[in-house]
Ligand binder design. Sequence first.
Ligand SMILES: Nc1nc2c(ncn2[C@@H]2O[C@H](COP(=O)(O)OP(=O)(O)OP(=O)(O)O)[C@@H](O)[C@H]2O)c(=O)[nH]1
Ligand SMILES: [Mg+2]
Length: 208
Amino acid sequence: MSTKPLHAVILAGGLSRRMGRDKAIVLLGQKTMIARVAERLSPQVASLAVNALQPPDPDLSLPLVPDTIAGHAGPLAGILAGLKRTRTEYPAASHLLTVPADTPFLPADLADRLHAALRGPDEIALAASAGRSHPVVALWPLSIAADLEAWLADPANRRLQSFIASHAATVVDFPLIETAAGPLDPFFNVNTPDDLVAAERFLEALEA
Ligand SMILES: Nc1nc2c(ncn2[C@@H]2O[C@H](COP(=O)(O)OP(=O)(O)OP(=O)(O)O)[C@@H](O)[C@H]2O)c(=O)[nH]1
Ligand SMILES: [Mg+2]
């Protein structure tokens, strides 16, 4: 498909309950996690914004995209906010890339490979690794926004996988990264203080 350039939103609208403080701005090797995600993503996309209620990291001057539905309805609420904003700001775009703020080791070819896998303008492309898909790391067709908004209007509908199951989707597998600290999943998710310790170990191994 030739629908580039791609636009992306970093999802940072969650409550970080397991971390106990906003995980987007915990430091990993002197940089905030969200700064690492932004750094990894910005060469891959034409625009980058942050989904959260307030700017998580004042040093990152990225546009803020707050949820359009109230009450912390989960990642899909952030994806919907991103889709609506992208439709307004970039009407020619076909898809929006979303990634969470807690995945600091994202692949450098994430956007390209997801985009290359699309078989049509209305398809979702999901990232996967080690036999598991990561539904918050995905390319979402802008055409899905109205359907997602209607679906989220029912508070019983919150699960990403349930929404995806009723749409055309393709899954793209990404390899693990070999490091001196062992194999690293590029979608390693830093949810807890223990995960942060493990992430520091991987970062040291990658930078050694
Ligand atoms: N916009 C928005 N994003 C959310 C919401 N809940 C979770 N997310 C995002 O979805 C992604 C995956 O969620 P989790 O890793 O569970 O993050 P979390 O909900 O902040 O963390 P926990 O409270 O520990 O579960 C993260 O990027 C979150 O920022 C929400 O209600 N609204
Ligand atoms: Mg997480």
